[in-house]
Design a protein around this ligand. Structure first.
Ligand code: ZN
Ligand code: ZN
Length: 300
């Protein structure tokens, strides 16, 4: 699974280098997210689980808890978000990742903020952590430059995105893409394929577009192709959690997904919808949910 993850990620980066509007970039990013989801199951689940990988269902068994590090998780979450795969984004957002070890400082917190958004929690605390880690007083060299040019501008983009003002978002997004491009094209870094594509900015572009904000994708950071994917997200009619169309049973509340018509929504509507804590388990549930996704308590 780790090999699938790496191969798809590298292929997405190099395809971006050739043609940022190539729709196969979106397919590759979806595979990156699905492979990370499979690794999350191996690393954190207690029982075998059926997951969707490249259009078909596969059973994954629990295994080594070291398979999923913080960086892999962050990449998977952003790749799922960028490809419009809400179901995998929500699953990864709820995976119990404790270590941020392999991530550049701030990058894990940035993804944690997106994960909080997907699961109806506050994005404030992880964003503050991300910004704290970019303090130029406490770091040097690559980490300092990365914090200032890659992490901090992406934090500004999330804040403007949550604020929802088109002009302020447009400016923050343009600046973040420019800084990302100039950071990676600086002398000595030009060969690093990490710099061909910004996964956080690609993910945020997808969210912004679903909110109806104006998004301009520069070919040095965000694939124009992510702005062309279909926007519909299907949610379980019972617990209001997103699922993939290859699935017959809700991963969360175990409802038969064929029994009731699914809720057709968009990423923007899903992320924009308020949550309320379940009265029994306390997990955030979308306001329209009939049951808690976590403990199946009736919310009506
Ligand atoms: Zn459900
Ligand atoms: Zn509950």
């Amino acid at each position: 699974m780790a090999a699938v993850f790496q191969a798809a990620l590298q292929a997405a980066r190099w395809t971006m280098r050739v043609d940022s509007a190539d729709p196969s970039i979106v397919e590759l990013l979806r595979t990156v997210g699905e492979a990370a989801d499979a690794m999350a199951v191996v690393a954190t689940a207690r029982e075998p689980r059926v997951i969707s990988l490249r259009g078909s269902l596969t059973t994954v068994s629990p295994g080594s808890s070291t398979l999923l590090d913080g960086l892999t998780w962050a990449i998977g979450l952003w790749a799922a978000t960028a490809s419009g795969d809400s179901a995998v984004a929500v699953r990864l957002a709820r995976a119990q990742i404790t270590g941020a070890s392999a991530a550049v400082p701030g990058e894990f917190n940035l993804a944690a903020a997106m994960g909080a958004w997907w699961t109806g929690r506050s994005i404030g605390p992880p964003l503050i952590e991300a910004l704290r880690s970019t303090d130029p007083q406490t770091s040097t060299g690559f980490v300092r430059d990365y914090g200032l040019n890659v992490v901090a501008p992406a934090v500004a983009v999330i804040r403007e995105l949550a604020g929802g003002r088109d002009g302020a978002f447009f400016d923050a997004f343009r600046d973040a893409q420019t800084l990302f491009g100039s950071f990676w094209f600086a002398e000595g870094r030009g060969d690093a394929s990490d710099g061909f594509l910004s996964l956080p900015l690609a993910g945020l572009a997808q969210v912004a577009r679903s909110f109806g904000l104006t998004v301009h994708a520069s070919s040095q950071a965000v694939p124009a192709a992510v702005l062309d994917v279909p926007v519909t997200t299907l949610c379980c009619a019972v617990c209001y959690q997103p699922f993939k169309d290859s699935e017959a049973t809700c991963q969360w509340c175990a409802a038969d997904l064929g029994a009731d018509a699914p809720i057709e929504t968009t990423i923007g509507q899903l992320l924009g919808q308020p949550s309320q804590p379940c009265p029994v388990c306390g997990q955030p549930c979308r306001l329209n949910a009939l049951w808690c996704w976590n403990c199946t308590t009736s919310l009506r």
